[in-house]
Ligand binder design. Structure first.
Ligand code: NAD
Length: 338
């Protein structure tokens, strides 16, 4: 089976490519390199022992996508490509609707043209909006607090309508919680441009001396230590979830929304302490006011993934922090000592 990975050189796409190859799949990576670098391909060659086919293209280029799907004989698509910065989406909503929603529409049309009807989509826990109860299961009402979240909801709805209209279609919307960590080799990992939006790459940059201090927004939440609690999930577990979703879609048609989380929340301070253990030195941090729109706690009920995909997360925060630090030192040559 040959799988097209849109956004294949990005953070989650590159780890999934490595895991798919290990599981015996053929993969084709497609990316416009707007938020990733071509060096990832050489690193993936070192990880997998193979040169993976790569197409530099934009998912909004429908004729190109249809041609790629045909040329490589793809039977399914994993659709990672998209913009993902919440704050930027508030400032540039049209860019997000164009890239994420417009890009997915063009991709689905290209798939239809090429006779490919199986898709795994990178959705997000953000589609649950403010939690009405915890842990979040897939029956929790959906809503969006910002344009980024709204693009994810629109895409989920587009896929749901398509599966309802055309029974041949199969779509799994994987609602990721908070992917973190890196490949155990230290060769691939998260490498955001500029100031990171997520906790783990931010901590990593402070630990390596690239940024001076970690701002912790709010230490008066109703959580055990007052800082926000999230469900961090190792990116290798997320990648394995995609392999499980592909085999699930071989058995099951229709539209499916499935959480990829661990079911366990960790606070910002717990993550910080775990990272300090991994890098063996203290990490500068300061408490700041809560950010508008942030919630106290968010974690998954992962039962559906266990029952329908036969998948569950197996790696903990120690492994997330150790692998992120290994990746940081290997890629940036961080020299800071305790
Ligand atoms: N990382 C997270 O915390 C997280 C959480 C929930 C959901 N997601 C979703 O998972 C997906 C992958 O996230 P990631 O963390 O790997 O992000 P990423 O930015 O590392 O990867 C996305 C890739 O898509 C590419 N891309 C963007 N627009 C494109 C376009 N129009 N055409 C072709 N390529 C394009 C980028 O260059 C990048 O390589 C995204 O859709 C994101 O919204 C991520």
């Amino acid at each position: 089976m040959t799988i097209l990975l849109t956004g294949g050189t990005g953070y989650i796409g590159s780890h999934t490519a490595a895991v798919l190859v290990e599981a015996g799949y053929e993969v084709v990576l497609l990316d416009n390199l707007s938020n990733s670098r071509p060096e990832v391909l050489e690193r993936l060659r070192q990880v997998t022992g193979r040169t993976l086919p790569f197409v530099e293209a934009d998912v909004r280029d429908r004729p190109k996508l249809a041609a790629v799907l045909r040329e490589y004989g793809c039977t399914a698509v994993i659709h990672f490509a998209g913009l993902k910065a919440v704050g930027e989406s508030v400032r540039q909503p049209l860019a997000y609707f164009d890239n994420n929603v417009g890009g997915t529409l063009a991709l689905l049309q290209a798939m239809q043209e090429a006779g490919v009807a199986t898709i795994v989509f990178s959705s997000s826990a953000t589609v649950y909006g403010e939690p009405q109860y915890l842990p979040l299961d897939e029956a929790h009402p959906t809503s969006a607090a910002n344009p980024y979240g709204r693009t994810k909801l629109h895409i989920e709805e587009m896929l749901s309508d398509l599966c309802r209209a055309e029974p041949a279609w199969r779509a799994a919307c994987l609602r990721y919680f908070n992917p973190a960590g890196a490949h155990p080799s230290g060769l691939i990992g998260e490498d955001p441009n500029g100031v990171p939006n997520n906790l783990m790459p931010y901590i990593t940059k402070v630990a390596s001396g690239e940024l001076p201090s970690l701002g912790i927004f709010g230490n008066d939440y109703p959580t055990p230590d007052g800082t926000g609690v999230r469900d961090y999930i190792h990116v290798m577990d997320v990648a394995a979830g995609h392999v499980a979703a592909l085999s699930f879609l071989q058995r099951e048609a229709g539209w499916h929304a499935i959480n990829l989380g661990t079911g366990r929340g960790y606070s910002v301070l717990e993550m910080l302490r775990a990272f300090e253990q991994a890098c063996d030195h203290a990490i500068a941090h300061e408490f700041k006011a809560r950010r508008p729109g942030d919630i106290a706690s968010c974690y998954a009920n992962p039962a559906k993934a266990a029952s329908v995909l036969g998948w569950r997360a197996t790696r903990g925060i120690e492994e997330m922090c150790e692998s992120a630090w290994r990746w940081c030192r290997a890629s940036k040559g961080a020299t800071r000592s305790p």
